[in-house]
Design a protein around this ligand. Structure first.
Ligand code: PLP
Length: 374
């Protein structure tokens, strides 16, 4: 049977990895500055993570959500400790798209409204709000999505206000730093204004932290820099360091009832063990501080590139923007220097989303390679 061919693939077959090093089937070592799309938070095959999963699978890998699973509570407690989001409730699922679907559904259940407001160039997974950049990202929208989702320019509070006042919008969903769309962010004034407008119009604010969360920006969540209080926060990617797990944090004003949400695999024992190990390592290795230190170092180094147009993003969710398309440059980084980087909707942008365990020596290797190729 052939595979359903939806991804253009690089001709590399990774078979092994350790921290930032990935090895292919010929034993060639690559430096991973992409982390499998911001998924690898604590480094590949971290020993604590490996033993947590191994121990758990040999004890009990899975049982249904109809039976007590104390690991879910431990995960919730640890999340509160590291994120400071103490008043929220946790619902676990399997991916970012699923987290956002549940968030949108909950918002609509809560206030009885149906429409969604999202921002241009945003990306929220293959959900009904995933259509933001439909043409450019070649995402095929569900047939009804064009009617249900209003897309607004990032930063345009006036249009947000006009739409929310029509009292049809159950939720506004936003990435405080846009990922796939190209690392754009707006001002604190905008995010605070948005939060106020949502609260004034009985609309749920969903912070999509699927990519920007879990310490990647130096704060546990990217929205925390702006002092806002989203009613729902969606999580995935870095949460499991490669083990599929997602979730939503839900403000207590939204009440749970039996059957409101559900999932077979979400929050299973193995996923929780992986998620707990990730949080333990983030805490024990002080990785959020490392994010800030390495980010500063990266920014300084980037300033010395005369060809650079701008540096985008923050923490270890970074983009280097040039005045020319970077596809060839990225290929050279892979083939000549064995360095993985990422792309974005903006063809002139190299995306950097490394494991949060990255050190200065890795940044040095990257800039040396980049300077050679430029
Ligand atoms: N939200 C954001 C901000 C993302 O970047 C992504 C994936 O890239 C998603 C949601 C979807 O996550 P998943 O691919 O796990 O469904």
């Amino acid at each position: 049977m052939s595979l359903f061919n939806v991804y253009p693939l690089f001709d590399i077959t990774p078979v092994k990895a350790k921290d930032l090093a990935v090895y292919d089937n010929n034993g060639v070592e690559y430096l991973d500055l992409y982390g499998g799309h911001a998924v690898i938070s604590i480094g590949h095959s971290h020993p604590k993570y490996v033993s947590a999963i191994t121990n758990q699978v040999s004890a009990l890998g899975f049982y249904s959500n109809a039976i007590q699973n104390p690991l879910q509570e431990s995960l919730a407690d640890k999340l509160v400790k590291l994120s400071g989001c103490k008043d929220y409730q946790l619902f676990l699922c399997n991916s970012g798209a699923e987290a956002n679907e549940n968030a949108l559904k909950l918002a609509s259940f809560h206030n009885g409204k149906k429409k969604i407001l999202a921002f241009k160039n945003s990306f929220h997974g293959r959900t009904s709000a995933a259509v933001a950049a439909t043409d450019d990202l070649k995402i095929v929208a569900p047939l009804n999505a064009q009617q249900d989702v209003d897309f607004v320019e990032l930063g345009d509070l006036r249009t947000v206000e006009t739409i929310l006042k029509q009292n049809q919008t159950c939720a506004v969903i936003i990435e405080c730093i846009q990922g796939v769309g190209g690392l754009d962010q707006s001002s604190t004034e905008f995010y605070q204004g948005l939060d106020k407008l949502c609260k004034a119009n009985n609309t749920i604010l969903i912070a999509d932290e699927v990519q920007s969360g879990y310490g990647r920006t130096g704060d546990f969540f990217a929205f925390q820099k702006h002092g806002i209080q989203p009613e729902i926060i969606s999580l995935a990617k870095g949460m499991g360091n490669g083990f599929p797990i997602g979730g939503i944090l839900i403000h207590p004003e939204i009440k749970a009832s039996f059957g409101l949400l559900g999932t077979t695999f979400g929050g299973n024992h193995l996923a929780c063990a992986a998620g707990l190990a990730v949080l333990d390592v983030i805490e024990e290795e002080n990785l959020m501080q490392n994010v800030n230190d390495i980010s500063d170092y990266f920014m300084e180094k980037a300033k010395s590139l005369p060809q650079l147009k701008s540096i985008k993003g923050r923490g270890l969710m970074l983009g280097l923007e040039f005045n020319f398309p970077v596809a060839e440059l990225r290929k050279k980084l892979i083939h000549h220097h064995k360095i993985f980087t990422g792309s974005a909707k903006n063809p002139n942008l190299i995306r950097i989303l490394p494991p949060l365990t990255i050190r200065k020596k890795h940044i040095d290797v990257f800039f040396e390679a980049l300077k050679k190729e430029l």
